[in-house]
Design a binder for this molecule. Structure first.
Ligand SMILES: Nc1ncnc2c1ncn2[C@@H]1O[C@H](COP(=O)(O)OP(=O)(O)OP(=O)(O)O)[C@@H](O)[C@H]1O
Ligand SMILES: [Mg+2]
Length: 529
């Protein structure tokens, strides 16, 4: 640098000297031996480090586990996009993972400045510089692992006197902020377990096919659209809110941070809809676990471990998914040992044909451990939901409090639930036909799904005419009432006929018994004589 007499820096000569040096560098390189070159580079770096008052922190995209992007890197990326991208001049725009949202991040080699002050309020704002960079691996080896040939990293530069502030306060702040931004921006997902789950060769996350595959979760149901008794709905919402905010409480009482809900009731009463409403209310991902595709208890555990926090694990129609009596395995084992090579129908197995029993070997105890075994505490903040049409068929151990903490009965549509449907489907809060509908709903069992179907103004006649929809509903309710009365009468007649038949048979038996005893007595008397 050249300082002129008047104190103004004259940059011209400096640039020309620098340009000559850069120009000559490749030529000089040819004459300097490789060993000396290396020594010079190391020396230059040491000298710079010694003289420079600035420190560097590098955050690499892939940590020690090469398959997974580092959490800190992702948090920094999110933080910079959110907090500092406005100050950057070069940005990179990409479509998000859901192929809908646009993600704008700071481009490579683009410096972004940030400022930070201590939470204690001591001291002024500190300036820090971020440099997103990448290093390309020049080796000719083709790697199957992501990020092997290109190492992306962020470099954070700050003055050495702010070292403690940056390490103790700034970096943890960036991590927390980045995570919060990721959660706010993420597209929620609906996962399902792959039939091939459990094969350890491909079960790692990130690089290949995992044990879960997913699609964006887009179900529109909310608690506002869910038709049920308002007090019950309020109680469920309160319970969910308390759960979400109780991390410390669960830790204090020594319980894993999870909660089980059992939804039971006839078909079409809104069990699946309730799951979607819960997911939308809590802003959680949904893991829809297909138990019949799980081959063993070990695979079930692997599936659990691969779920993330802030999620709902659902097993629908739990009574139909699998035989959970806990006795079946023993009988099957006996059957297998006495019947080797044959399936249930006594047919000889064809080559390559699998044993039917191999489809699922998940046992009741495996499932009980899945819900509240030691593994269930991994990660925390999970809700487990079972649905069933037949609560009475379930093993009491499976649904006891502590496993299924809340039992929610989804019942037929009554007037309060109907009012929610009428408001949602027709935009009607009051109507002269409501009185008639109320008394019909009290007398007739109709599922909310059927009521909703009658309120859908799809046909031309009903289009935008609430009156026509409500009249149709009354017709359907009257029909259902008549059918129910007929079915009841038929049942009574059948029960009466069956009782009469039983009595007649009993009378006949008594008569025959008497006849037999008389005959036996006469035979006995004859023999004695
Ligand atoms: N309580 C409800 N509130 C709002 N809509 C409902 C309700 N119950 C049912 N529906 C409507 O009926 C349809 C079927 O409901 P859903 O699938 O939730 O029933 P389900 O109880 O899960 O039935 P299944 O036992 O057969 O699985 C849904 O698409 C929804 O629109
Ligand atoms: Mg359902």
């Amino acid at each position: 640098m050249y300082l002129a007499m008047d104190g103004v820096v004259k940059w011209g000569p400096v640039w020309s000297a620098l340009a000559s040096f850069v120009f000559l560098l490749p030529v000089l390189n040819n004459y300097i031996p490789a060993g000396l070159r290396q020594w010079l580079a190391t020396f230059a770096e040491r000298l710079t480090t010694y003289l420079s008052p600035y420190l560097h922190v590098t955050i690499s995209e892939y940590g020690h586990e090469r398959f997974q992007r580092s959490d800190l890197y992702l948090a920094v990326e999110a933080y910079l996009s959110h907090a500092c991208a406005r100050r950057a001049r070069k940005l990179r725009a990409e479509l998000g993972k859901d192929a809908k949202t646009l993600q704008v991040t700071v481009d490579d080699y683009q410096e972004v400045t940030d400022s930070f002050s201590s939470s204690s309020g001591a001291g002024d704002d500190v300036t820090l510089w971020w440099y997103p960079s990448k290093k390309v691996n020049r080796s000719n080896v083709i790697s199957i692992f992501p990020g092997h040939d290109e190492h992306r990293f962020y470099r954070l530069v700050f003055h050495r006197r702010h070292r403690d502030l940056v390490i103790d306060e700034y970096l943890p702040f960036v991590l927390a902020e980045g995570r919060a931004v990721t959660v706010r921006n993420r597209q929620r997902r609906l996962f399902t377990n792959n039939a091939s789950n459990g094969s350890s060769s491909n079960s790692y996350r990130g690089g290949g096919k995992g044990v879960w595959s997913h699609v964006p979760f887009e179900h529109p149901a909310t608690f506002d659209t869910l038709a049920m008794d308002p007090d019950e709905k309020e109680a469920i919402i309160d319970d969910l809110t308390a759960f979400r905010e109780s991390k410390e409480y669960y830790a204090k009482v020594g319980k894993a941070w999870k909660r089980g809900y059992l939804l039971y009731g006839p078909p079409g009463t809104g069990k699946s809809t309730m799951i979607a409403a819960i997911a939308n209310f809590l802003d959680y991902d949904v893991y829809d676990l297909e138990l019949t595709a799980v081959k063993s208890n070990t695979d079930l555990r692997k599936l659990y471990i691969e779920t993330t926090g802030k999620s709902i694990i659902v097993i629908e129609d739990i009574d139909c998914s699998i035989d959970l009596t806990g006795k079946r395995n023993k009988t099957d084992d006996k059957k297998k040992s006495s019947n080797v090579g044959k399936d249930d129908d006594d047919k000889v197995k064809l080559p390559g044909e699998t044993d039917k029993d191999e489809t699922s070997k998940v046992t009741l105890s495996g499932l009980l451990n899945f819900i509240d075994g030691l593994w269930s505490a991994c990660g925390g903040e999970r809700i487990i939901i079972f649905t069933t049409n037949h609560k009475e068929k379930l093993d009491p151990a499976l649904i006891r409090r502590g496993r299924m903490d809340v039992h929610i009965e989804m019942s037929y549509c009554r007037f309060e639930a109907f009012k929610v449907l009428a408001k949602n489907y027709l935009g009607v809060k009051e109507h002269q036909l409501f009185g008639e509908i109320q008394s019909l709903l009290e007398e007739t069992d109709m599922s909310p799904a059927d009521v909703a179907e009658n309120l859908m103004p799809m046909s031309k006649r009903k289009k935008r005419d609430p009156n026509a929809c409500l009249v149709d509903l009354i017709d359907a309710l009257n029909k259902a009432k008549e059918e129910a009365a007929e079915a009841k009468a038929r049942e009574e007649t059948e029960a009466k006929a069956a009782k009469e038949k039983e009595e007649a048979e009993a009378r006949m038996m008594t008569k025959q018994g008497k006849f037999l005893s008389i005959n036996l007595r006469s035979i006995f008397v004859t023999v004695r004589e």
